[in-house]
Each structure stands twice: as C-alpha cells, then as structure tokens.
Ligand binder design. Structure first.
Ligand code: FES
Length: 576
C-alpha cells in the first residue's frame, strides 16, 4: 500500500473545483445546478462510476441498480459519486462483432477519465469485451480504479436438464440439425436458457475475464464468480464504492498493482479454469497498456505447468454458480499454491497472497485437488508451424482427444459467406477426417476477428453422427464453444498469411503435444501461390472501420491499435 495519503488540495478534481477563479466558479455553480451543495463535493474524491448499462446489452440490465449501490458506498466513505455512461458491448446484438469495438470503448474510457474532474473510477461491465476494453482505457489513464463485474446469470433450465449459456445452444442446435430435437423442445430451451440478468454462466469469455481480472488484482476478492442476482452482489457494489474512495486517498494506481508477475498470475488462473481462448488476446492487450510485454510463449509455458482444477463447462461439468459456492477464485488460487506469485498487490491494498489466505474449497468435485487435476496441463496450447508462423491457439481440453494428433485434407472456404453458402450442401466433398479451413476471418479480414472459429460441422456429417472435427481459421471462438478448432492463426489470411494460400486437398497435420501445425505443401509450390495472391480491396473508405483496418495489430499482438500502445503519458487537459 502506498505510504502517503493525499491531502484534499492534491486531488485531481481540485484543479476543477478548488481555485478561486472564473472557470472554477463555473464548475461549482453548475454542480449546484444539479442540486448538490458545497458540502457534497468540496475537497472530496470525485468517483466516476463508468457504466456500460444499455437496453442493448442483455447481460447488464441490473447495472443501473448497481451504480446506485456504488454511489451509496462512495457517500458512506466521504466521496462524491458521478455516474457516466460509456459505450456498451453487448455480445448478442453488435455486428460484425464486439471485438471490432473493444478498442473504441477502451479509447472512450481513457478519454472520459482524462477530460473530466475524476479522481478514481469504478468500472461496471462484464459482458465479454467490456472487461478488457474498460481496463485497457483505465490502465492507460492510470487513475485508481476497481472493476465491478456484472456477475453470471442464474443457471438455465429445460425440463430436467441444467442448461449452460452457449455450450448447450451449440449442443442442442446440432441435435436439431440432425433432426433429433423437435421445434417445441427447441422453443422451450429458448425460454429457459437465460433466466436472469448477468453474464453467460459457463466459463465463457465473460466468466473467464472476470476470473483473470480478480487474479490480476482489480476485482474485490471473491467477486468474480458472484451471481448477478445474489444479494451479496449488491453489497459488493457498495463495498466497491467505499474502497475506491480510500484508494484515491492512498493514491493506489494501476501502475502500483500491475507487474509482469501479476499478469502471469492472470494467465495461470486462465489455464487452471480452462478458460476462453479470447482471454489470450485481451491479456496481451491489457499488459501492453501497462507497458508489460506478454507473448504467446508465456501462455504456452504456463499452460504446460498448470493443472486444470475448475470443473466448469464447456471443458467441465458445472456452472459458475457452483464455482462460486465451491470457493470461487480464492479457493482456486489457494489450491494453485506455489504456482501463484503471492506478493502481487491488489486493489484491497493487500497482496494476492494475503487476500486468499485461509480461503477454503467446499467441493472437491467443482474445484478439484491439485493432485487429482482434470488435466495435467492447462486448458489451451499455442501451436506454430509453416501455416501459423506467428502462432495459433487450440483449446485442447474441450475437444475429442482423437484429434490431438491428426492429419487430413483441407476443405477451404474463402470467407464466411462462402462457408454459409456451401457448408450444408449434400454434395460437399467432406469426410470425417477432412480439415475445414476458413480464410479471411481475422482482425482485418472479417473484420474484427469474430467468434466464427467453431466452424459448423456439415449437416451431412452431423446426420452421420459426427460431432467434432478439425477446423482452422484466423477467427476467435466463443468461450462457451468447444471442438477441435485451431484459432487466431497469425498472420491472418487478409494480410497474406500462409492461411490465404491453402487449397482444397492440401494435407494439414495437427500435433498438439508437439505444439505444431504443419502444412504439407512444398516450398516452391507455396512460392508459386504467393506470387499469384492479391490482397482484397480495402473494405472501408472512411470512419472507424478505416481507422480500425489501418491500426489493428494481429492476434498474437493483442489486436490493440498501434497508436494506443504504451508510451509517454498523454498530458492532462489544460483548464482555462
Ligand atoms: Fe454477455 Fe455472454 S452474452 S456474457
């Protein structure tokens, strides 16, 4: 914890409210216009409650109430709360993909914090990209901040079945496509799979990112798994409000908390929960904002030494509510023991080791003992080879093991419309050992690297009982998905990565244990194909899309914008 304690005149907001000049008169009088008195704000930390509530974000419908509860805590601790909306990124409705807008929200958060009289912030988010987006912006701005996770929704229910977000959608859709599920049953599933506010309650990207960020130190201890509608969630919101005021006085900033070791803790947690592959891209991007270099090699090295302990779907059996009741992230970290760097600081002002000291696990079935792991190695692997010189990723704990080593002929789709148009044709030349390849689905090609990576299994194979096969792309995959899907191939096809040159019938070899993906095509043939390859015309002539296409980095670099990378601090605004 920082040994110093700020004085009121050292608050950042004092520059707006403190001076005896014309401009500050305006700031004070207009605050009074909102019904506040001098006693409400003078000399107090001004806390921004950055809220991603939106009617178009189905996971965040409770965040208006939570903002009020954060305010209650801020008042209790002697601060002055102000709620500020920022762009929401609701997975369900945004097209082409929320990932296309992650960096836009990150920019909005950074600039919102910079241009206003704020001393600290509580960030309200949870649905997938809102987590990295808000933290990327906040890390760059480097004001004291806490992330308040929306929390997982209640478990889904259909007849006697417990339903998990995403995972059971894919599962029952495959049954429906195979003609084994009635229309009525499908509608009943639609009614029962999302029964409350909150994020997907499987170990999808939202749950993964919350877990990762708690281990990183920015979510209150035990809160990453707290169900959205639990009364403790509302109490946690008020606690965030109280704590952020103290953090401002203590001047406890992200730069005091973030170290290479804290990011390694986040990655270890990712592996132990067999979390979403999306977290790889987001962790690299968040670390980049803190000036810390994290590479794909770090993920693979940590995966090799980290056992999978959380038995949560899609890689396991249970759901987030069960995980919370079993002890949540503190329980998990206590079982990881010496794999964690305990000295890393958290928003509590204590170290991670101190915050999880005495944590217990209440179900060995949900958080398994380290000596009896669900898998000896972490939930994902990084592969390289002549098809992915800058790496690619596979979640090998959520696929049929027979594909861990597999060679098959490629069946290539040049883009997603091509895939949609042909995948279910009766005469598609596909066999169970084929490898389906999707090109041009990466950061620039798609654009935005959508979650198309769990490529559909052709209907004719579904009808024959096939439920998994090897699939390759430069896209991402939803954390709730599963299957032998090789993802994030870099460089992507749209910029001329080798993926762009693959043709039907080329043999591709996948060797997960050897961390290798090999394309069995001779170098001179590859050179011939490269000479004939032409990039597509730029998709965007103007606007955000143009900025995105010109600035986005590749998956192995975190897909941040080049100009947003860590650098000298942006100057504070002048107040004239
Ligand atoms: Fe929001 Fe899954 S759709 S977390």
């Amino acid at each position: 914890m920082s040994p110093t304690r700020k004085r009121p005149e050292e608050l950042r907001s004092h520059r707006w409210f403190g001076p005896d000049d014309l401009r500050s008169f305006g700031h004070r009088s207009r605050t009074k216009q909102m019904g506040y008195d001098t006693e409400d704000f003078a000399g107090k930390p001004v806390i921004g409650i950055l809220n991603t509530w939106s009617d178009l974000n189905t996971c965040h419908t409770h965040l208006r109430e939570r903002a009020e509860q954060v305010k209650r805590g801020v008042y209790q601790a002697g601060g002055f709360p102000v709620e500020v909306p920022v762009m929401s990124l609701g997975e369900q409705f945004m097209k082409p993909t929320t990932m296309f807008y992650r960096n836009m929200t990150a920019m909005e958060v950074e600039e919102t914090l910079r241009c206003h009289p704020l001393d600290g912030a509580v960030l309200l988010g949870g649905c997938d990209k809102t987590v990295p987006a808000m933290l990327m912006g906040a890390f760059t701005m480097n004001l004291p901040c806490i992330f308040l996770p929306a929390g997982p929704m209640l478990k889904g229910r259909w007849r006697a079945e417990t339903l998990g977000s995403g995972s059971d959608v894919w599962k029952y859709w495959a049954e429906r496509c195979a003609g084994k599920l009635s229309c009525d049953a499908w509608c009943e599933i639609e009614d029962g799979i999302a029964r409350s506010p909150g994020t997907c309650m499987t170990m999808g990207t939202a749950s993964t990112m919350a877990a990762v960020v708690e281990a990183l130190g920015f979510i209150p201890t035990g809160a990453a798994t707290l169900p959205a509608v639990h009364s403790a969630h509302a109490r946690m919101a008020a606690q965030c409000g109280r704590r952020i005021v103290d953090m401002v006085w203590e001047d406890l900033k992200p730069s005091d908390i973030l170290t290479r070791e804290s990011f390694l803790n986040a990655i270890t947690t990712l592996m132990a929960i067999s979390g979403s592959t999306n977290a790889i891209v987001h962790i690299i991007a968040m670390a980049g904002r803190a000036g810390i270099k994290i590479t794909l090699e770090d993920f693979d090295a940590i995966a090799r030494r980290t056992p999978v302990l959380a038995n949560i779907r899609p890689a396991g059996k249970f759901l987030m509510e069960d995980f919370h009741d079993a002890g949540g992230i503190p329980g998990l970290l206590s079982r990881l023991g010496d794999l964690i760097h305990p000295e890393c600081l958290t928003i509590s002002g204590k170290t991670l080791g101190e915050t999880v000291k005495g944590a217990e696990v209440f179900s060995d079935e949900v958080i398994v003992p380290r000596e009896k792991p669900l898998a000896a190695e972490g939930g994902m692997a990084v592969l390289t080879g002549n098809l992915a010189p800058d790496g690619c990723v596979i979640k090998h704990t959520a696929m049929e093991p027979r594909f861990l080593k597999h060679t098959g002929p490629a069946l290539v789709f040049k883009d997603y419309p091509d895939l949609k148009a042909r995948i279910d044709l009766e005469d598609l030349p596909v066999k169970a050992d084929s490898i389906i390849v999707l090109q041009n689905a990466g950061p620039i090609g798609a654009p935005g690297m959508p979650e198309w990576g769990m490529l559909p299994i052709p209907k004719k194979l579904l009808k024959a009982g096939i439920r998994d096969m090897v699939r390759l792309s430069d896209a991402r995959m939803s954390g709730t998905s599963y299957g032998a899907c090789v993802l994030h191939i870099a460089p992507e096809a749209a910029i001329g990565g080798p993926l762009a040159l693959v043709k039907d019938g080329d043999l591709i070899e996948l060797d997960v244990a050897g961390r290798r993906i090999h394309w069995h095509v001779a170098d001179d043939e590859i050179a011939r194909r490269r000479a004939a390859w032409k990039p597509a015309e730029p998709r965007f002539a103007r606007g955000y899309g143009k900025l995105f296409s010109e600035q986005v980095t590749q998956a192995n670099e975190g897909c941040d914008f080049k100009f947003l990378h860590h650098g000298p601090p942006t100057p504070e605004p002048d107040i004239f």
